[in-house]
Write a protein that binds this ligand. Structure first.
Ligand code: ADP
Length: 158
């Protein structure tokens, strides 16, 4: 049984996140999307809102679940007996940060292995921050996020 965790802020989830989730769901028996609940890192969406959005969006994948966690991801996966972490890589900046994170996670939990998945070229410039920036200027978000997220962003900036 191959289980993996996909941690992130998902503030809010985008087509880039969903692409990684879909590819992860096809590779592993179980995939847990872990919504970071670090209260100091205040997002546009509350943790509850982010969980609700992700939960709705992952419904098509029967082997994908959503949880939140306010501690270290290294501890989350140890608790759940998971060894694999998935992270998306959009470019060299992501890579250098993600490599550091993966080494930290392995230091904190020697069983942890991080798998890097390259971003779909359509979404390699897409981030939650970019989505929020575009939303604040009332731009068309339909190429970048599902309708549910587009509507939620519209509400935040109305
Ligand atoms: P974090 O604050 O942990 O980086 P994010 O929600 O920004 O949380 O990202 C979670 C994961 O999703 C990271 O591995 C990130 O690289 C990946 N990701 C974000 N946007 C994209 C995208 N457009 N394409 C592929 N992966 C992405």
């Amino acid at each position: 049984m191959l289980k993996a965790a996909f941690p992130g802020s998902f503030d809010p989830p985008s087509f880039g996140h969903l692409d990684i989730i879909g590819r992860g769901a096809a590779l592993f028996d179980e995939l847990v999307v872990v919504v970071g609940a670090n209260r100091q890192k205040k997002g546009l969406f509350t943790v509850e809102e982010r969980i609700a959005l992700v939960a709705e969006l992952v419904k098509p994948w029967k082997n994908v679940t959503v949880e939140s966690w306010d501690g270290l991801i290294a501890d989350f996966i140890r608790d759940r007996d998971i060894r694999l972490l998935i992270r998306g890589i959009r470019g060299v900046n992501d890579f250098s940060q993600e490599l550091d994170l993966s080494i930290w996670n392995k230091t904190l939990n020697p069983k942890a292995e991080t798998i890097f998945m390259s971003a779909d070229p359509r979404y390699s410039l897409l981030s939650s921050s970019a989505l929020k920036e575009l939303a604040s200027f009332h731009q068309d978000l339909s190429p970048y996020a599902p309708l549910l997220v587009v509507e939620a962003l519209k509400k935040k900036f109305s």
